[in-house]
Design a protein around this ligand. Structure first.
Ligand SMILES: Nc1ncnc2c1ncn2[C@@H]1O[C@H](COP(=O)(O)O)[C@@H](OP(=O)(O)O)[C@H]1O
Ligand SMILES: CCc1ccc(OS(=O)(=O)O)cc1
Length: 420
């Protein structure tokens, strides 16, 4: 266990004197991703993953099926109307279709052929494993960002796999064996054996949970949340390396035992699907901020991440990676189901559903939403100051332009006539 975490909660600055929103308070419904037709759809079948047979069934929703079989039209149509309509159609297949058109990934894909080895090297450097924001700033200072406890399970912080495995480039077949399957969902190996403990993890009313599918802008969100709750200066965040302050529930470090002991209020991150999160969260016992990102950009980011992460050393093509993504064969399972589950809970009083793209489109509104959700009272001038600080964070890091891309656009366009 990492001593850095022992007995520590969030920095004192985190103890904002907030008044939590009243249960059931009406929040403006976020707009769903704009999707206008339902085609495509993937299969989660197959793959040489191992299975965590000993584990207990997950929380309330049970084995994945409840989600996929549920009506899914909440995503359709876009706009607030679509958001309010509620479930009623095939969301996950619609989401799968939503890849076509727009998005940075697709735009890049239109310009680029598949990646070359030289591009690969450049991309690994550019992308890093979540090397943006606080982590990158900490690294630039020679700090512990990359190897810190929260720096990622495969990083220098003592990941979940043997070093020999880490050094071996993964062929597609080897890559398969790196996951294990839990109730039909592919999870990274470091989740093995702890899913039951996670389901029973004691949640506190003062907790704030940040939940995302990987590469959805989690680090940026945590920084923005920090600024909103603290009114902190972005440079302060860089200096303290905020990543180290936020444990990830399922990572080997700092581990569940230490997270349980952290002082309140805790801020905890997780990439797990809704149904695998602690069951207390399903009961509305603490606040959950969920952020979704355009999958066309996310898949590019996740691809680069897999190639740069030592424990994955992914060597397949981008096209092949996209197929895995579309067929739910990546770590943390189906992006489509991940987003859908949270979308269905977006009106829960303890859930705030955000979109990464809105940070760029309308940061002021997002800051306002966060402030209200976290119970931070601020006047107009304070809100503007907070937004300005958050703008700095958003502008500080985006390595998108440096990333090479394969034929994402073609692949996704085959699936649908939709435009993002
Ligand atoms: N200020 C910031 N700090 C960290 N990540 C940021 C960021 N601004 C944008 N991002 C993007 O968030 C993505 C990483 O998400 P996560 O934090 O969930 O791992 C990266 O996407 P790209 O790889 O497309 O650039 C990264 O560039
Ligand atoms: C490849 C599975 C995996 C492992 C670790 C992740 O964490 S993070 O995005 O760097 O925080 C994500 C996915």
């Amino acid at each position: 266990m990492n001593a850095r975490w022992r007995g520590r909660g969030l920095p004192a600055a985190w103890r904002w004197a907030g008044v939590w929103p009243v249960r059931g308070e009406r929040r403006p419904a976020p707009r769903p991703y704009d999707v206008t037709s339902a085609e495509g759809g993937g299969s989660a079948a197959g793959g040489a993953v191992t299975s965590d047979r000993g584990a207990q069934p997950p929380g309330r929703l049970g084995r994945g099926g409840a989600v996929t079989s549920r009506p899914r039209s909440a995503f359709a149509g876009g706009g607030r109307g679509g958001a309010r309509r509620g479930p009623g159609g095939a969301v996950t297949s619609r989401l799968r279709s939503a890849f076509a058109g727009g998005g940075r990934g697709a735009a890049r894909a239109g310009r680029r052929r598949d990646v070359t080895p030289a591009e690969r090297g450049a991309a690994a450097g550019a992308a890093g494993a979540g090397a943006c924001g606080a982590r990158a700033r900490a690294r630039a200072r020679g700090g512990p960002g990359a190897g810190g406890a929260a720096a990622g399970p495969g990083g220098g912080g003592g990941g979940g796999m043997a070093e020999s495995e880490a050094e071996t480039p993964s062929t597609p077949g080897e890559f398969e064996s790196k996951y294990f399957e839990f109730h039909g969902v592919r999870l990274p190996p470091f989740c093995r054996g702890k899913m039951e403990e996670i389901a029973n993890f004691p949640v506190r009313p003062s907790d704030v949970w940040i939940v995302t599918y990987p590469k959805s802008g989690t680090s940026l969100l945590q920084e923005v949340v920090y600024v909103v709750s603290q009114g902190a200066d972005p440079d302060e965040i860089g200096l303290m390396n905020i990543d180290e302050q936020l444990p990830v529930l399922e990572y080997p470090q700092p581990g569940l035992d230490i997270i349980k002991e952290l002082t309140s209020p805790r801020l905890i991150k997780s990439h797990l699907p809704y149904r695998f999160l602690p069951s207390d969260l399903h009961n509305g016992d603490s606040k959950v901020i969920y952020m979704a990102r355009n999958p066309k950009d996310l898949v590019v980011s996740y691809y680069q991440f897999h190639r740069s992460l030592r424990t994955m050393s992914y060597r397949g093509t981008f096209q092949e990676f996209c197929r895995r993504f579309m067929n739910d064969k990546l770590g943390y399972g189906s992006w489509f189901e991940h987003v859908q589950e949270f979308w269905e809970h977006r009106m829960d009083s303890n859930v705030l559903f955000l979109k990464y793209e809105d940070m760029h489109r309308d940061l002021v509104t997002m800051v306002e939403q966060l402030a209200r959700f976290l119970g931070v009272s601020c006047d107009k001038a304070q809100l503007e100051a907070l937004s300005e600080h958050c703008h700095q964070l958003v502008d500080q890091c985006c390595n998108a332009e440096a990333l090479p891309v394969g034929r994402a656009h073609c692949l996704f366009a085959q699936k649908t006539s939709l435009r993002w």
